[in-house]
Design a protein around this ligand. Structure first.
Ligand code: HEC
Ligand code: HEC
Ligand code: HEC
Ligand code: HEC
Ligand code: HEC
Ligand code: HEC
Length: 335
């Protein structure tokens, strides 16, 4: 393909300074499915992250070479050199994220992390060794960006690792199958294109995310979702609002209506003031965003993948002292 030969020639030219490692591995990289949009073969400029050109050594932002010829001494630092808001075309993943302030929900799909090495009560903590909660055999783990994302891209949505827990899983979360997006980002990246593409309002979930999250939080694995000691009184995931027609705990008409209790008070999104959900039967972006009686509750209905402004990365302020604590619950239950 044109893309790989572009990379090939470019690397050959720099091979002497580069070191054989990078070049030979490039030539050996398998054909990757181009399902993610960035940091995948073709769009992956090795020099974004690796030291390779003579000119890099004169670049004051480059501190390396470090392990794997990386430009920065830690992976978090490397990724955050673009993803902390300094590069306007790279999605900002560190609080605050003003780039999304013009979007209906005001946030991205994943929400945001805090600086590496700082314990984050509002979501995932990176750069500190901590025990993962709701893991059957909690093994201390220090998370960094590549604990969850493949640096080199893979076939998954957002380049999510197929085996984040390292248990031999191969979890598929493919764009166009498990997740639909409305608009694609601009190529080459632009600020406006990235705001539109990574905004929460541009994403519709179908399946896959529960299995992905519960590979690390395996007390919530699918087969044990509703049994003790699952969290939060064993709140089910992957269950449709109309799952139990005779002893229903949900208010399907209220959910589909999308107004009133729970919808009015939290500014989840002006267009669709609704928590994220799974649309198992969706065939495109539009149907993935349409609330029905079969909408399913999922981890991402209640938690942001990176984090939020609220404790435990909740999508709404459930654990804070406030009048809106039950608003998210009310969207589905209206008690
Ligand atoms: C040189 C700047 C730069 C560095 C360094 C960088 N990124 Fe990115 N990244 C970008 C830009 C720009 C985009 C958005 C491109 C687009 O979508 O058009 C992006 C997009 C992404 C996406 C979304 C991809 C998709 O298609 O859904 C992920 C995930 C990501 N980066 C993770 C990482 C990780 C992990 C690291 C560190 C290993 C990293 N990035 C380092 C610039 C960078
Ligand atoms: C978005 C940043 C980023 C880009 C772009 C990138 N790499 Fe990497 N690369 C990394 C990181 C981070 C590691 C270390 C991974 C780890 O420790 O788990 C790495 C490791 C490697 C390694 C060591 C072996 C391995 O796989 O861990 C090779 C070889 C490599 N990269 C080659 C390349 C080539 C060739 C390209 C261009 C096609 C490229 N990389 C583009 C971030 C990047
Ligand atoms: C690579 C393993 C891994 C994956 C995958 C993972 N987590 Fe975590 N999670 C952890 C670890 C480790 C911690 C403990 C450290 C911390 O608080 O970040 C944690 C903590 C949490 C917390 C508590 C945060 C807090 O503020 O106390 C929540 C909530 C959470 N994860 C939800 C999720 C959701 C939802 C997903 C899927 C989008 C997910 N996790 C995917 C490893 C993982
Ligand atoms: C615990 C796992 C986890 C860790 C750690 C993590 N991510 Fe993510 N990230 C995700 C998931 C899951 C998504 C997709 C969320 C969605 O769309 O619902 C995502 C989405 C993204 C996106 C798309 C934009 C957005 O905000 O939705 C980018 C860019 C990104 N991550 C970069 C990073 C970088 C850079 C780091 C390290 C500073 C990092 N991630 C650490 C799980 C993680
Ligand atoms: C209906 C909303 C809801 C759903 C769905 C949900 N959670 Fe939670 N989760 C919560 C609440 C609320 C808390 C905080 C509980 C508390 O602190 O009392 C929480 C806490 C957590 C914690 C932290 C536990 C601790 O001890 O710190 C993790 C990890 C977690 N959830 C992961 C997940 C994963 C993975 C899924 C999907 C399989 C999921 N959650 C689905 C609402 C939900
Ligand atoms: C996105 C929709 C959604 C949200 C948000 C949601 N739930 Fe649920 N909830 C469901 C579904 C679906 C079921 C299972 C179907 C049923 O029980 O009728 C359920 C079941 C329950 C049950 C019964 C559990 C059982 O095993 O019998 C309780 C209690 C409950 N939810 C409380 C809450 C609370 C409290 C919140 C807010 C923290 C919440 N839910 C948020 C959809 C949701």
């Amino acid at each position: 393909m044109a893309q790989s030969s572009w990379c090939h020639c470019r690397e050959k030219r720099d091979a002497v300074k580069l070191g054989v490692l990078i070049v030979s591995s490039l030539l050996c990289l398998p054909e990757l499915a181009l399902a993610g949009d960035w940091h995948v073969a073709g769009s992956s400029d090795c020099g974004d992250c690796h030291l390779q050109h003579g000119s890099n050594q004169r670049d004051p932002t480059v501190e390396g070479a470090f392990t794997s010829l990386l430009k920065k001494s830690s992976i978090n630092e490397l990724c955050m050199s673009c993803h902390d808001g300094t590069d306007p075309s790279a999605p900002d993943v560190i609080v605050p994220t003003p780039m999304y302030s013009s979007t209906p929900s005001g946030e991205s799909g994943a929400g945001a992390l805090v600086a590496a090495g700082v314990d984050n009560p509002n979501g995932h903590t990176i750069g500190l060794e901590l025990p993962p909660p709701l893991q059957q055999v909690p093994a201390l783990r220090e998370l960094n960006c590549v604990s969850c994302h493949s640096a080199h891209g893979n076939g998954n949505y957002r380049n999510l690792l197929v085996d984040p827990a390292g248990i031999g899983a191969s979890l598929l979360v493919e764009q166009g199958v498990n997740v639909f997006v409305g608009v694609r980002p601009a190529n080459p990246p632009t600020s406006g294109g990235s705001i539109a593409a990574y905004s929460r309002d541009n994403i519709g979930y179908v399946s896959g995310m529960i299995e992905w999250c519960s590979s690390c939080h395996d007390e919530l694995a699918l087969n044990s979702l509703a049994s003790a000691p699952a969290h939060f009184n064993a709140h089910p995931s992957d269950v449709a609002l109309d799952a139990y027609p005779y002893e229903r705990h949900t208010d399907v008409a209220h959910w589909i209506g999308g107004t009133g209790e729970g919808f009015a008070v939290i500014r989840q999104s002006q267009e669709t003031p609704r928590l994220p959900f799974l649309a198992s039967a969706a065939t495109d972006f539009k149907t993935s965003r349409t609330a029905t009686a079969e909408s399913k509750v999922s981890c991402v209905s209640c938690h942001k993948a990176h984090g939020s402004s609220y404790r435990k990365g909740m999508v709404w302020p459930y654990l804070e002292e406030n009048d809106n604590a039950l608003s998210g619950c009310q969207q589905c239950h209206n008690k």
